[in-house]
Design a protein. Structure first.
Lengths: 449, 396
């Protein structure tokens, strides 16, 4: 009897599933048509339902495997950042007076505000790691070779955009750690011999990090960079579709030839139709795989957000240095380790190493994709990525560094508030030196002559 | 004996430029004295060497210069007369806002008694504390009577064991003072509300306070504590001279707060532990320790709340309220009013209790946040399982 019940349930599930499948197709079509009804002429001209069906029928090459996941993970995390960022921006106030209290408000009063905020912070760290993994995979597989070198450059620009996102976003909580870390970075920029001062002042909007900087960083973070990333991402994905996912070294690259125009020629359409049964269909196979990865990534990020919430320092105070600057972002961990062990020149050197990746497509254009046949590029890559991991782990160990800024001694006339509660005391300036009345002194110079 | 210094000192002296001093004869031999004198306030008023020392200023050799009404290095008594000629005259001192009672006070002091009545030159004269030539006002940090320098100035004699041994005076005051709360206040925090030697002993009228006067001297600043002390059981015996007032529990030169953990031991130094006062001491210690612990826990709770991004304005305000109540416990430790102590303790606890309750609520919320992971992972794993099985099915 149990066996009958079990098989009956199984049949019901199978039936329901196949019904769902049929209606899914029909449903998708129907929803596309419904919106088409609303926008009738547009739909007929653009043929949205046809485009949707075509994109669902897309087939990935069979060599697309789990090693291609980091790219998608990066995109998922980017979407998490966008959604949580919008939700945060509903409550955040980008002014010197209100920034810190608004973040406190988000974390304490807004329902699930704590989750949105910590998701945003953790996703910002994880996206850097996922990007590094993605970049490493592309580099070591040689997927930057022609005809995909433009995509490599676009990818590097995206890396820069993501780092800029994090750098501008780092200041927004307006606590002591954020304020003084950003001040140190800008002081370092200002110390560059050529144009450093101009660049630093342009970034700051003022001579010190102040409300002008906060407004500037906020608008860059929320307006400028999202548009830039939208454009770059769209182009990045388009290029991936057009050139196809790079096959492993040795396998023939069917899409390596450049088209003359965006519209496919007749031969190309026929060739594509021949290959219509090769590869992994997007729907449902690849979508399911993506779904698994997405759910895992989200679950991991939510877990990190719930288990390790981001601590907050004291509110920013330009007149007072904190005892330590705690790092809350992966690149800051890396920078801490660089500065502690290799100094400022080590920092510059490592950055230049990363920037030199942009030059790779200029130099490495041979079709060779095996790692052993590209020793220079692979060597630079190993140096950078293993260095990155080592520096990141070292940075996590360090955790925090004392600030290197120096506010200097209070000048004569400045009121010095005692650190402990007590009576306010007039400042006497630097240690008074007793005027030693030395007879030799006054006649000294005359005597020496 | 001495002719009065000439009338230039009586009228408001114009500030005389110092260039003319190059023809001033004294300077030829005594250039160092001139340099130190020119820094001080007297030279700004046009007072010069001959105003105090006499002699001929236009002579360039020793014998003609040291002629006439010449007072070389004045003795201690001569110094007092010399300075008093201006400084004991209210008509001359009024314009500078200076009191003219230093001489009168000095006569009453121990130094004055030794020097003026007994002619004992162990005692200091004016120039022993205020430099003979480099005379600066007390507000000037280079002055020997600036608060940070007074203990060292007094210490020149009072740390000399040979000198003090003749009078049976100890020489550890400066060391004790430096380690005590007043010394730390003056030397490290530059808080000149804290007294130096002269704050308790007087400057020109320097005398150690008598036993019945000690509480009043401390009460110059610690007014409320003095009043509480006199209201308590130790007050009347102190007025009668049986108890040494503040000195019973606190050091005079090494003045410091009593540690809460040492209260009972302090009471036990006079009272038997089994008796009423001894038990009261234990009770007070317990209450004070409890209030201190509550405050520390509340401070920790606030730090933790702030670290997690919680709003702490309300909590900080409550902490200030608790701190204000706590600071009143010091009064009760002197009036020994147990009822008031319990009341204060209750008030401190009610405020810190609210702070800690906020922190605990927050901690509970943190825990609930972590509980969220259970449904999240349940849903995630089931979704992944469904997708995985579907994928496998498609693969076959």
């Amino acid at each position: 009897m149990i066996r009958r019940a079990f098989s009956a349930t199984k049949t019901w599930f199978t039936q329901t599933w196949s019904d769902l499948k049929e209606s899914a197709d029909a449903g998708l079509l129907a929803s596309a048509r419904f919106f088409g009804l609303l926008y009738g002429p547009i739909d007929r001209r653009l043929r949205i339902d046809q485009a949707l069906k075509k994109s669902l029928r897309y087939r990935l090459p069979s060599h697309a495997g789990w090693r291609h996941a980091p790219g998608g993970i990066t995109y998922v995390l980017f979407l998490v950042l966008v959604v949580t960022g919008v939700l945060l921006a509903l409550h955040y106030r980008p002014s010197v007076q209100e920034a810190y209290p608004s973040v406190q408000h988000i974390v304490s009063n807004v329902s699930f505000g704590w989750l949105i905020r910590d998701l945003h912070v953790w996703a910002a760290s994880l996206i850097v790691i996922a990007m590094m993994l993605h970049m490493a995979r592309v580099l070591f597989e040689g997927a930057y070779k022609p005809p995909r070198e433009t995509n490599w450059t676009i990818g590097l620009l995206l890396l820069f955009v993501v780092l800029a996102f994090g750098a501008t976003g780092y200041l927004l909580p307006w606590d002591q750690w954020a304020y003084w870390t950003v001040t140190e970075v800008l002081v370092a920029i200002a110390s560059f011999p050529i144009g450093g001062n101009i660049l630093a002042e342009a970034l700051m909007g003022d001579v010190i990090v102040s409300g002008a900087t906060l407004s500037r960083f906020f608008s860059i973070h929320v307006i400028v960079l999202p548009w830039a990333s939208l454009a770059l991402l769209a182009y990045h994905f388009t290029l991936v579709r057009r050139r196809g996912i790079a096959p492993p070294p040795g396998v023939e690259d069917t899409k390596a030839q450049r088209r003359e125009s965006a519209v496919a020629s007749r031969e190309e359409i026929l060739a594509e139709a021949e290959r219509a049964d090769e590869g992994i269909p997007f729907w449902p196979n690849h979508l399911l795989r993506s779904f698994i990865v997405t759910v895992l990534v989200l679950a991991v990020t939510i877990s990190l957000a719930a288990l390790f919430p981001r601590p907050v320092g004291a509110p920013a105070n330009p007149g007072e240095l904190p005892h330590e600057l705690v790092s809350t972002w992966v690149p800051v961990d890396v920078s801490l380790a660089l500065l502690r062990y290799l100094g400022i020149w080590g920092f510059v050197g490592f950055t230049l190493l990363g920037v030199s990746f942009g030059l790779i497509p200029l130099f490495d254009r041979k079709p060779e994709r095996h790692m052993r046949k590209r020793p220079v590029v692979v060597g630079i890559g190993l140096l950078f990525f293993i260095g990155f991991i080592a520096l990141w782990l070292a940075g996590r160990q360090i955790g925090s560094l004392p600030p290197s800024a120096d506010l200097g001694e209070p000048r004569v006339g400045e009121r010095v508030t005692p650190a402990e509660p007590g009576l306010p005391v007039p400042d006497l300036g630097p240690e008074p030196h007793r005027q030693q009345v030395d007879p030799a002194e006054a006649t000294g110079e005359g005597g020496a002559q | 004996m001495l002719a009065t210094p000439h009338a230039a000192a009586a009228a408001p002296a114009p500030v005389v430029a110092q260039q003319g001093d190059s023809i001033y004869g004294c300077v030829i031999c005594h250039a160092d004295k001139r340099r130190s004198f020119s820094v001080g306030v007297h030279s700004e008023r046009g007072i010069r060497c001959h105003d105090c020392h006499g002699g001929d200023t236009e002579a360039y050799e020793i014998a003609p210069a040291h002629r006439g009404r010449f007072l070389g290095t004045p003795t201690k008594l001569q110094t007092i007369e010399l300075c008093s000629e201006c400084h004991a005259d209210p008509n001359q001192m009024r314009q500078f806002g200076l009191a003219a009672d230093q001489l009168a006070e000095f006569r009453t002091s121990r130094h004055g008694q030794l020097l003026l009545r007994q002619g004992n030159t162990d005692a200091p004269t004016c120039t022993d504390c205020h430099n003979a030539h480099l005379i600066l006002p007390p507000e000037d940090a280079r002055s020997e009577v600036h608060p940070t320098n007074i203990p060292a100035t007094c210490g020149r004699c009072h740390e000399d064991e040979g000198l003090m041994g003749r009078y049976g005076i100890s020489t550890d005051q400066f060391e004790l003072y430096r380690g005590g709360a007043h010394g730390v206040g003056v030397f490290e925090k530059h808080n000149f509300a804290a007294p130096t030697c002269i704050g308790c002993h007087g400057s020109h009228a320097a005398l150690p306070p008598q036993v019945t006067q000690i509480a009043d001297v401390c009460g110059h600043c610690h007014r409320l504590l003095e009043r509480a002390f006199y209201e308590g059981p130790h007050g009347p015996p102190t007025l009668g001279g049986a108890l040494p007032g503040c000195l019973g529990c606190h050091s005079n030169h090494g003045a410091a707060r009593t540690e809460p953990a040492g209260i009972a031991a302090l009471c036990a130094s006079c009272h038997d532990v089994e008796t009423g006062p001894g038990l009261m001491g234990l009770e007070i210690q317990e209450q004070v320790l409890r209030a201190t612990a509550e405050l520390e826990l509340a401070a920790e709770a606030i730090e933790e709340l702030e670290l997690m991004g919680h709003e702490v304005g309300d909590a900080r305000f409550r902490y200030q309220a608790a701190l204000s109540e706590y600071q009143q416990i010091a009064l009760v430790q002197h009036s020994l009013d147990l009822e008031q102590l319990e009341d204060l303790g209750l008030r401190v606890r009610s405020n810190t209790g609210i702070i800690r309750a906020t922190a605990e609520t927050h901690a509970e919320e943190q825990w609930e946040h972590k509980l969220l992971l259970v449904p999240v992972w349940f849903l995630a794993l089931s979704a992944i399982a469904l997708a995985w099985f579907k994928l496998r099915e498609l693969g076959k």
